[in-house]
Every structure is written in structure tokens, then in C-alpha cells.
Write a protein that binds this ligand. Structure first.
Ligand SMILES: C[S@@+](CC[C@H](N)C(=O)[O-])C[C@H]1O[C@@H](n2cnc3c(N)ncnc32)[C@H](O)[C@@H]1O
Length: 285
């Protein structure tokens, strides 16, 4: 077996819902783990997109062997570069292991690197946000996007630390947050929620999702399916509300589907995953 830089989450559920279809849009291509599984599950054609050019390069390198059945584009999913009717759409939200494991991308509190976190390397970085936002703004971001109950304490510590000089690295920020909150033995890293919050803010992840969902549903042919895997409650809430409020969709998952125990044990990234799916109503053409 070849090495997979990112083990795709809930791959059996995804192929069960989308396998054997015509054209499927993979809106979060990453290293192409799901795309590959879909091609193997008899999907005629997969068009993948990712805002991270490195992800697209890696997926093209891995999946080039499928020839014209696979195409990949650098794009944000809020602006899907497709006109034709599609038979399936897949979102596997968040960051990939490939992004997290590269210290120089600055996503991880575990790896020393520049405080960057930009998925496409454009726009303001996490360091700019941390050093330039007001204390109130930081507290709001960390509370809302990190669901950090002690966000104000973290924001105050960041502002105190940056008075001594800008916070430039993941290590510096992780240290500041750990200093403010204290480390709990055996628990998750104290900076986990703050890092999640900054990543979501830097990449405007929730705005992207809210803009994208109706545009992608408009591309679905009648009977076409939408599948979304999310990893935290903010994303899941957006998806749940959107599905419930869309008259052109029939929801296939009254409750979100969760990964099997075996998958959760094997792949820590799968632990918080929730999958929701829906089908576009209407007469087939
Ligand atoms: C969890 S990974 C996907 C992994 C992929 N399913 C696989 O099996 O290899 C999420 C990917 O979505 C991309 N992404 C996040 N937000 C995006 C957006 N708004 N538009 C396009 N791609 C996005 C990230 O760059 C990342 O590569």
C-alpha cells in the first residue's frame, strides 16, 4: 500500500453515499484521500478543489494515474469553478494533516514555526492578528471560534506579552496561552482552542462555508447528494441549519453520522467528526 499523507475520515460512509455517481465535486481536496476512494468506488469523474496550492499539487501528483477522470483546481469553495450539474458534492472541513504536520505553515501548537496559519499564503497571517487586534477583538475571536471559556484571560495575556515585543512563533503563542491558563495534566493542550480560533478567523472559515453551501446546492442535479463532514460544533451548526432550512433538499441524516469506534481509536482526527448528508429534490432531467 502506498503511503497516504492524510487518512480520509469516514471513507466508507462517503463512498456509500456518493459511490457510483457521475460527476462529484470534492470541495476540500487536500491530499486527495476521499477523491481517490470515490474514483475507486466507481465515480465517473471527480473535480477537486482546494484553496491551498500545495494540496492541489500533492493530489495531482497522487491521482494523475486516473487521467481525465480526475481534475484539480486551486479555488475557494465559496466560488466553485463549475457550471454543469453535479451528482455529488463533498466537504471534509478544516485543516489536513499535511497542513498541520508542516511546521512552517504555523498551524500547530506542537511544532515550532512562524505564526502563519494561512491556507493559501495570502492576506493577514495569524501573527498579524495576534499582534494588531484589540484585546476585545481577540477575546471575541477566541471565545466565538475557539469556544474557549477563559478567552478574556487569554486575550489579556496576549496583549501583555506583545507589549514586550511581537509574538512571532507558534511556540511563543503556545507558551503565552499555557502561562495564562495553566496546563492540565493528561488534558488537551491549553492552547488548542486558541489556535483553532485563530485559524478559523485567519481563513474566514465560517463565512466561506455559509457562502458556499447554497452555491453548491444550486449546482446539484436533481437526486444529487451533498455530504459534509465537520469537526467542531460551529461548523456543524451552520450545516445543520442550512440543511433544515433548504426546501430543495431532503435530509438523509436526521442525526449526524459518527465514525465507528474502531476508526476513532485508529485515527485521532476522526474523533470529533460528524457527517451530514442531503439529496436534491426535483425531477431528473
Ligand atoms: C480535512 S482536509 C481534506 C482532506 C481530504 N478530504 C483528503 O482525504 O485528503 C481540508 C482541506 O480543505 C481545504 N480548505 C479549507 N477551507 C477551504 C475553502 N474555503 N476552499 C477550498 N478549500 C478549503 C484545506 O486547505 C484542506 O486541504
Amino acid at each position: 500500500m502506498g503511503s497516504t499523507p492524510h487518512e480520509p475520515v469516514m471513507v466508507a460512509e462517503v463512498t456509500e453515499l456518493l459511490g457510483g455517481r457521475g460527476l462529484v465535486l470534492d470541495l476540500t481536496l487536500g491530499a486527495g484521500g476521499h477523491a481517490e476512494a470515490l474514483l475507486e468506488a466507481g465515480v465517473e469523474r471527480v473535480v477537486g478543489l482546494d484553496r491551498d496550492p500545495e494540496a492541489v499539487r500533492e493530489a495531482v501528483r497522487r491521482l494523475g494515474r486516473y487521467g481525465p477522470r480526475f481534475a484539480a483546481v486551486v479555488a475557494r469553495f465559496s466560488r466553485p469553478p463549475v457550471r454543469e450539474g453535479i451528482d455529488g458534492a463533498l466537504y471534509d472541513l478544516g485543516v489536513s494533516s499535511m497542513q498541520l504536520d508542516r511546521a512552517d505553515r504555523g498551524f500547530s501548537y506542537r511544532l515550532p514555526g512562524p505564526l502563519d496559519m494561512r491556507m493559501e499564503g495570502e492576506g493577514p497571517s495569524a501573527a498579524e492578528l495576534v499582534n494588531e487586534a484589540t484585546e476585545a477583538e481577540l477575546a471575541r475571536i477566541i471565545a466565538a471560534y475557539g469556544e474557549e471559556p477563559r478567552a478574556r484571560r487569554v486575550a489579556a495575556a496576549i496583549v501583555r506579552a506583545r507589549r514586550r515585543g511581537p509574538i512571532r512563533t507558534t511556540e511563543e503563542l503556545a507558551r503565552v496561552v499555557a502561562g495564562a491558563l495553566g496546563a492540565r495534566r493528561g488534558g488537551p493542550h491549553p492552547a488548542r482552542r486558541t489556535f483553532q480560533a485563530l485559524r478559523i478567523a485567519v481563513n474566514r472559515e465560517l463565512e466561506e462555508l455559509e457562502t458556499s453551501l447554497p452555491r453548491v446546492v444550486a449546482l446539484l442535479a436533481p437526486g444529487g447528494r451533498l455530504v459534509v463532514i465537520s469537526y467542531h460544533s460551529l461548523e456543524d451548526r451552520i450545516v445543520k441549519r442550512f440543511l433544515a432550512g433548504s426546501p430543495e433538499l431532503r435530509v438523509l441524516t436526521r442525526k449526524p453520522r459518527r465514525p465507528s469506534e474502531a476508526e476513532r481509536a485508529r485515527n485521532p482526527r476522526a474523533r470529533s467528526a460528524k457527517l451530514r448528508a442531503a439529496e436534491r429534490l426535483g425531477e431528473a432531467a
